[in-house]
Design a protein around this ligand. Structure first.
Ligand code: CTP
Ligand code: MG
Length: 172
């Protein structure tokens, strides 16, 4: 079977877009009380660190939900492939949870908040999204590879812009 890679690339970006929104909004709207309430883990290090805030998580989840909802409606109109609004809500939460798992791992490895961890920083939010997308049937192996290859450069590019706009204190 011949795969139209260009079409797969476009539809993959369309399908994972709510995760990008969920990952980007905390940078703009985050701040305030940390999600871990400054608690330490068993190793005496911060559970998640001050970079993961309640406001950021809520902004990411709500923004992701709205994005998935709008894309769901547009897809219905245009006859494009997309998941249900409920699935979109779950997937958006997974993007946020993936980012939290990334920070949890970084703290266990003794990396302070904001320290770079190449590849993990760029992919943590998308990995659970891809895995559940595969389970739900809309992410094939080709699409998973496209998402894993394209996300790091897109993520880095967006973060450099956020850094230049002084929304972030580092460009990764
Ligand atoms: N942010 C937030 N709440 C979240 C996620 C992110 O408020 N749930 C905000 C924080 O201001 C954070 C910024 O977005 O500093 C960038 O997020 P990210 O790069 O994921 O966090 P880091 O600060 O780099 O922390 P970590 O080392 O844990 O990745
Ligand atoms: Mg970071």
């Amino acid at each position: 079977m011949k795969v139209d890679y260009r079409a797969e690339l476009v539809i993959t970006l369309w399908l994972i877009f709510p995760a990008y929104v969920a990952n980007a909004l905390p940078v703009i709207f985050g701040g305030g009380k940390p999600l871990d309430f400054n608690r330490k883990f068993l190793d005496g290090k911060p559970l998640l660190g001050k970079g993961k805030t309640i406001r950021g998580a809520i902004a990411g989840i709500l923004g992701g939900w709205i994005t998935a909802f709008v894309q769901n409606r547009v897809s219905l109109q245009l006859g494009l492939e997309f998941y249900s609004t409920t699935e979109g809500m779950i997937l958006t939460c997974l993007a946020i949870v993936g980012d939290l798992i990334g920070s949890f791992i970084k703290r266990r490895l003794n990396l302070r908040q904001g320290a770079p961890f190449p590849i993990l920083d760029q992919l943590d939010f998308i990995i659970p999204f891809i895995l559940v997308g595969e389970y739900l049937g809309f992410i094939s192996l080709t699409r998973a590879l496209i998402a894993l290859l394209l996300t790091p450069p897109i993520h880095l590019f967006m973060n450099i812009i956020a850094y230049l706009l002084k929304l972030k204190s580092n460009p990764w």
